[in-house]
Design a protein around this ligand. Structure first.
Ligand code: 5BU
Length: 254
């Protein structure tokens, strides 16, 4: 299996290249998902876990006291700790609408998020719409090939067709939300949510796998951890544990 550094060399998209290089350089395949609802809490968790992560995954629309100042501060932390930003917006509309959701409204996501994700359900027009806005800024798109929640419909033929949409747009699509490695193509990065140090789930259908399983056995590239880290008493210490587990699993599979 290729290293993150080798794959960074082969990528066409600059966001994918940057992420893979950063992962290798910082020796971390951990993304933190601080799903809290206040700006101060978000910034606090990000400052504490920043040294351990390659990426932060945000849900900007759950912040109750959002202001553009939050974005400025998040970008300051990004520079301080050297990580990238993924807004988990899960676009799911026609190309014309998602373009506006991506660039306009109050969040202007395209201006600060290195990468965003989208459902494949509307068909390739969703990629075209996002690409028209994001490509010139060097942004990257992640498609939801699979989901972590019980009973989800992103399986079988749906997943296969999603992968084909990515193959048709290798300049803008940088990878997948998936439970395992998809495609034998070093260009695409596999991102996996639903990760905890012990397997299990929550009472709303979330299902958890361990870093060892996700990275070591299933061949994914990036673990995305929410409650496992921000719900801990010491998020910095917990992030360090996930980072070590994730990196050990990566080295083990090389
Ligand atoms: P958790 O607290 O580690 O369960 O949070 C998981 C995060 O990943 C949360 O922000 C979800 O919105 C996100 N997620 C997910 O859990 N499963 C999926 O299939 C996708 C996103 Br796509």
């Amino acid at each position: 299996m290729s290293t993150y550094a080798e794959r960074a060399e082969q990528c066409t998209n600059q966001t994918a290249k940057k992420l893979l290089s950063l992962m290798e350089e910082k020796k971390t395949n951990l993304a933190v998902s601080p799903d809290v609802t206040s700006a101060a809490e978000l910034l606090d968790i990000l400052d504490k876990t920043g040294p351990e992560i390659c990426l932060v995954k945000t849900h900007i629309d759950i912040i109750t006291d959002f202001s553009p100042e939050l974005i400025n501060k998040m970008v300051e932390l990004k520079e301080k700790h050297n990580f990238m930003i993924f807004e988990d917006r899960k676009f799911a509309d026609i190309g014309n609408t998602v373009q506006m959701q991506y660039a306009q409204g109050i969040y202007h996501i395209v201006d600060w998020a290195d990468m965003v994700n989208a459902h494949a359900v509307p068909g390739p027009g969703i990629i075209d719409g996002l690409k028209e806005v994001g490509e010139s800024k060097g942004r990257g798109l992640i498609l939801l090939a699979e989901m972590s929640s019980e009973g989800n419909l992103a399986t079988g033929e749906y997943t296969e067709k999603t992968l084909q949409m990515a193959k048709d747009n290798p300049d803008f699509v940088i990878g997948f939300i998936t439970m395992k490695k998809q495609l034998d193509d070093p260009n695409f990065i596999n991102f996996t949510p639903g990760v905890k140090l012990v397997e299990g789930g929550d009472d709303l259908g979330q299902q958890y796998n361990t870093p060892a399983k996700v990275i070591g056995e299933q061949g994914s590239d990036v673990i995305i951890v929410g409650r496992g880290i921000y719900g801990a008493d010491d998020p910095a210490a917990e992030a360090k544990k996930y980072r070590e587990e994730g990196w050990k699993a990566y080295e083990g599979r090389l």
